[in-house]
Ligand binder design. Structure first.
Ligand code: ZN
Length: 144
């Protein structure tokens, strides 16, 4: 019996013949989900009160660089706004749009996607064993 080497995705248990295949899959399928999770955590923190990059970074356990990057995008979408107290104190705050529209929406989407990936892969595993078919998750288009 020959055992072929395969690369398993930690996120969804899908198997790949090559490491490259796994990387492509992971970047395409899970990268956005990870970003959205961070965005949601940032928004939820800012709902409780204004924070600076340092505080957010510490709270979420991601590097300053990642947080700065996410904050930039959240500001472009006008979900987060900058509050400058002085040249040294720059805080961020959630906007009304962010709080009232985006947070509930993101929670729903993340929950739905999660149960979709978990539910579907579980169901397939029960029927077919560990080898899973490709599952793609599309995020809804963002409105301009
Ligand atoms: Zn995966």
């Amino acid at each position: 019996m020959t055992k072929e080497k395969s690369f398993k995705c930690e996120e969804c248990d899908e198997n790949f013949d090559t490491e490259r295949g796994l990387h492509v899959h992971s970047a395409k399928m899970h990268h956005d989900t990870e970003k959205k999770k961070i965005d949601l955590r940032i928004l939820e923190l800012l709902k409780k009160g204004n924070m600076n990059i340092e505080e957010i970074s510490k709270e979420i356990g991601k590097s300053r660089e990642i947080i700065e990057n996410r904050i930039e995008e959240l500001m472009e979408k006008e979900w987060v706004q900058k509050k400058v107290e002085s040249s040294r104190e720059i805080y961020y705050d959630i906007t009304e749009l962010g709080e009232e529209v985006v947070v509930p929406l993101m929670k729903d989407i993340l929950e739905e996607t999660k149960s979709c990936i978990e539910g579907v892969s579980e169901a397939f595993k029960k029927r077919l064993g560990p080898k899973l078919p490709k599952i793609t998750v599309e995020w809804p288009e963002e409105e301009e």
